[in-house]
Design a binder for this molecule. Sequence first.
Ligand code: SF4
Length: 487
Amino acid sequence: MVTFFNKIYGCQANFADSQGLAKFLVELGCKQVMAEKDADLIIINTCAIREKAEQKLYSYIGRLAELKKDKPHLKIGVIGCVASYKKKEFYEYFECISFVHGAREEISALQGYLAELILNIQTAKSLFLQNPDSKIKYLKQDRRLKKFFDKQATGSDQISISRLNLTEQIKESNTREEEQIKEDDTTESEQISDVRAMINIMTGCNKYCSYCIVPFTRGREISYPMSDILNAVKKDIDRGAKDITLIGQNVNSYIDPQTGARFPELLQKVASLEGDFWVRFISPHPQDMTKDLFQVMANNRPKLTAFLHFPLQSGSDTILKAMNRNYTSAEFLEKIGWIKELMPDAGITTDIIVGFPGETEKDYLATREVMEKVQFDQIYSFIYSKRKFTKAYNMPDDCPQEEKARRLSELQMRQREISLDQNRKNIGKTLKVLVEKELEPGKLLARTEGNARVLITSNNANLVGSFVGVKIESTTVVNMSGTVIVL
Ligand code: SF4
């Protein structure tokens, strides 16, 4: 049996892409593993948002190259945003890389390629296990997916037929292998039966914020058909998912390519599906946020959760303009007012960039002011990271790095106090939570409708995947803690 490991850098969209690939590989008969050393195939999903993440990626690939020395059939592939614009470099500098697939390329091409690759790995692996000293010479496969596809029959029907045949071959071969070595009896579907599911409803972005590389790596917005999305949600509910996140770079500019339906209609349709589950979405753009969307959420609670990740980026109108965000701080606050009016207990989180080129102390304090007004539950805050291709790359920036670091540290310190205060408000209350996983014996991790983390003291691991009532007894900045009082 071929085993695979997903390494994911970056955002929830990458997580959703990797989760989708994992499902595809499991359907092919592969098994997901939790450590690189146990894998025959490693797929790295890359992030280009910050330079630091890119540097980390290169040293990670370097470490993987070592693994290949003891396992010649190991294949390593790179997908995602960095793969979009550094394909040539990956092939040139990393001999260990077998394939590179950018975020803008067709996922069906990658799937077709993987289906054949899995067969090759399987053959090589069994030969290697029989005779580890033998040299595996036949594992020649085109490193370039395009070249691979030029050799295949074109047309999606033919691709699916060839994939089906491959699936059958892989499964047949797996059966033989299992008969021989009687591996563990963990089924593949159990490996991905996470209670959380991520579903990409669109990709790309038309906004061109001046600091962001995403429109260059993922291309312009493409929304997926609503019927496909509803089917994907149903499938995840059927396999036991209870917390579904709909994902898009600009989730609320979604438009169904077949019917023209907008995001609120999609949410309404998802909420009408049978089952006991929660739905969230990330990330909406403040510019496209309309009151009717909040109304749909409020009308369909708790299936549509009272949770909003609403990226502010800056509270200064000067900086927002330089960022090309297309809203003012007053407009942002007005929209926050709508959600608080319709769902006063909603969990609200945000993204903030500190030290954007030209940010003065006054601009920074304007961001702090918005934070005070909103009282976010959590923030994800970073120092501005310069990215090639973006408009901000050439903007003059006279603010020293130490000053940016001071601003970030002060802002995060204040947010920790706010988060603690927000969590403290729940002490003594009973909250409905979804139990996500067992962290360690006697300790379960759960989440509230507002996406806050709750640690539960319980030895009952069977609660994973259930909605339960928890009485909150104490809290830290990040985790509330309590005991189950309603089963
Ligand atoms: S909205 Fe702005 S920050 Fe978000 S993906 Fe598009 S360009 Fe990037």
